[in-house]
Design a protein around this ligand. Structure first.
Ligand SMILES: Cc1cc2nc3c(=O)[nH]c(=O)nc-3n(C[C@H](O)[C@H](O)[C@H](O)COP(=O)(O)OP(=O)(O)OC[C@H]3O[C@@H](n4cnc5c(N)ncnc54)[C@H](O)[C@@H]3O)c2cc1C
Length: 388
């Protein structure tokens, strides 16, 4: 593939970059404030930024224009994500724009499109993802949350877990079992529902860094109108899978790990320390360049109309594990101050960014498919090895 931008792509990159320089909040761009609690928590900076990106027409960059999107090509989406990541500015689309909207556009009926898409674009409906269950994570098709048709509604009973941001989101997209007798991939349906409905209880789970974004959701005779089933009954697995068909090069993660490494190097230069880890850090830098090249490769495949599968797993595996190595090296090099969060009487490094980076690097090898599962995909689909 050609790693250089075409003339048109270079023009687009400049346009995105100029917009970010002119409009992105300084908190992100200059002070590198993380976009925490961006899912419906009312963070003012984030909400204002969301509106600015929306006004520009880039919020739903991959949606077709007729639904309020920008109809960007895969490569344009890729360049946009890369520029946002390089500027350390969050793209405020979120799961609603990235995952639910495209699913409704592909599989929803006209009524669902006109009712459910506008509130996603206006930021009124903020979605969490109710896929994982206590016994269904890597093996997602094992979902047991039961949905039984009753007249015009479905009645749902069961549990979801690891539902990020469920306490601050007001809608959820979820998978539920509608036919327990069918083969497991063929008895699942895809639904959306407001979170604030009778019988749906959400509880937070404290994570290792003291965060409260992870949640579990309990369904006790929750009634969802059949009009909120997206796609055919029992075809939900296939509906959910198409959501993954959009740009998925993992470029933001690959850029993120490189910037974190450059941050570390900057601190070490200022402190005049870390020279004993020179070779190790140089190796990580080379690996971060490899991660970015891998992302380019995935985007290029998609841009040529091909569907990456093991290639996307390679990026996910390599970037998230590299992130762990860099985060561990950061804490290892900086010592105890590197483990302190913001508000630690000034002893923390970079307002606690290093500590947050470290605690975030650990779940990154689990969320969105564990490293072992990615290795399995690479082994079987990439290398053609037999299943174990
Ligand atoms: C920070 C974070 C946020 C998340 N947010 C959400 C969310 O918003 N919505 C949502 O639905 N889910 C979410 N998840 C859940 C996530 O998708 C699952 O944790 C993940 O898919 C793994 O499933 P599991 O936790 O059930 O582990 P399991 O699947 O039970 O795996 C346990 C261990 O067995 C290994 N293993 C499992 N299967 C295989 C295999 N075939 N080959 C080799 N090893 C295997 C795994 O690698 C792992 O080490 C989130 C998770 C995290 C960490």
């Amino acid at each position: 593939m050609n790693y250089k931008d075409s003339e048109q792509e270079a023009k687009w990159r400049t346009e995105v970059s100029q917009f970010l320089t002119a409009e992105a909040p300084e908190e992100y761009r200059v002070h590198h404030k993380p976009a925490v609690d961006s899912y419906g928590s009312g963070d003012e900076t984030f909400q204002a930024w969301r509106k600015a990106v929306g006004r520009k027409g880039w919020l739903a960059s991959h949606w077709p224009k007729e639904y309020g999107g920008a109809s960007l090509s895969v490569m344009e989406q890729f360049i946009m994500k890369e520029e946002f990541a390089l500027a350390r500015v969050p793209h405020p689309g979120g799961r609603a724009v990235e995952m639910v909207g495209p699913t409704i556009i592909l599989h929803g009926n006209d009524q669902q499109k006109s009712e459910l898409l506008p509130p996603i674009l206006s930021g009124e409906h903020i979605y969490c993802q109710g896929f994982s269950e206590p016994q269904a994570g890597s093996d997602l098709a094992a979902v047991q949350l039961r949905a039984v048709r009753q007249g015009d509604d479905y009645i749902l009973n069961g549990q979801k877990i690891w539902t990020s941001n469920a306490t601050t989101c007001n809608w959820m997209f979820l998978l539920a079992r509608t036919d327990p007798d069918a083969p497991k991939h063929r008895g699942i349906s895809y639904f959306v529902t407001p979170v604030d409905v009778p019988g749906l209880t959400v509880r937070t789970i404290e994570d290792m860094a003291g965060g409260h974004e992870l949640c579990e959701a309990f369904f006790d005779d929750v009634r969802i109108p059949a009009t909120y089933r997206i796609g055919e009954e029992n075809r939900g697995w296939y509906v959910a899978m198409t959501t993954l068909d959009f740009e998925r090069s993992g470029i933001a993660g690959a850029v993120g790990v490189q910037l974190s490494l450059l941050d570390l190097i900057q601190i070490l230069k200022q402190n005049g320390t870390g020279s004993h880890r020179r070779t190790e850090l140089a190796e990580y830098y080379i690996e971060s360049c490899v991660a970015r090249e891998m992302s380019y490769h995935v985007a290029d495949l998609q841009n040529r109309g091909l569907v990456p599968n093991y290639e996307a797993s390679m990026v996910k595996l390599f970037s998230s594990e590299l992130s762990r190595r860099v985060a561990t090296a950061s804490v290892g090099t900086l010592g105890l101050p590197g483990t302190l969060l913001k508000g630690s009487k000034g002893y923390e490094v970079q307002e606690g960014r290093i500590a947050r980076y470290y605690s975030g690097s650990i779940p990154s090898t689990i969320a969105g498919g564990t490293s072992e599962v990615q290795r399995g995909i690479i082994a079987t689909r990439g290398l053609g090895l037999p299943r174990g």
